[in-house]
Design a binder for this molecule. Structure first.
Ligand code: GRF
Length: 213
């Protein structure tokens, strides 16, 4: 049985599109059964709808400052669609324990840095300012601590001389689109053993660095 998966997004939706593409293969262990946004005009929602995936928009602004009420509506939509797994993909909301608890161990996030380095926003600028030579992206299980749940998979890219925030972000994004489908497959196929299974996974695109995928 393919695991019914929702993608939550707030913007462009390129990671969501990569997950939809991967799940188009009937052998992939997850199906994207819902794409949900808090931003009704998010381009990612239109991309998902164009791909034939069911979509839902639950605008957080309708709930004022009541984060819990917004999350209750999100959880109700996820449950109504029979969602087992959730992928956050550029979902620009800080989650409360309500939503985190509803999908504990079953919710992934993709973050554009090699966590635990550079949590939060503006990761590419932070990496350039710090002078690191390696940067990348992380897929992790979502816990109540921001960008700090167990790491499922990572991919690294070099920081090159002359890089700008934009060139570095573009290099990282190429790896994000490759990493997220791999990580969701681990979660969907691995059940509770995901962190252990992922220990064996090094997804490193650097030439000569080996690794899988
Ligand atoms: C990605 O860089 C992701 O790592 C971060 O937000 C961005 C979303 O991009 N969490 P997209 O909407 O998937 O194109």
């Amino acid at each position: 049985m393919r695991r019914r998966t929702a993608v939550l997004l707030s913007g462009r939706g390129s990671n969501c599109a990569a997950l939809i593409d991967a799940a188009a293969d009937p052998a992939y262990p997850a199906e994207i059964a819902l794409v949900l946004t808090n931003v009704p005009d998010a381009p990612g929602l239109a991309r998902a709808a164009a791909a034939g995936v069911p979509t839902a928009a639950i605008d957080h602004r309708s709930f004022g400052r009541d984060r819990a009420a917004h999350e209750r509506a999100v959880i109700a939509a996820l449950r109504a669609a029979g969602i087992e797994l959730v992928c956050l993909a550029g979902y620009m909301r800080v989650l409360t324990p309500l939503l985190v608890g509803a999908y504990a161990g079953r919710m992934l996030n993709i973050h554009p840095s090699l966590l635990p380095a550079f949590p939060g926003l503006h990761t590419h600028a932070a990496a350039l300012a710090a002078g690191v030579k390696l940067h990348g992206c992380t897929v992790h299980l979502v816990t109540e601590a921001l960008d700090a749940g167990p790491i499922v998979a990572q991919a690294a890219v070099p920081v090159l001389p002359g890089d700008t925030e934009a060139t570095l972000a573009a290099r990282v994004l190429v790896q994000e689109l490759r990493l997220y489908p791999l990580a969701l497959a681990l979660l969907a196929g691995g059940g509770a053993g995901v962190p252990a299974a992922a220990d064996a996974t090094l997804c490193n695109p650097l030439p000569g660095a080996g690794g899988v995928a």
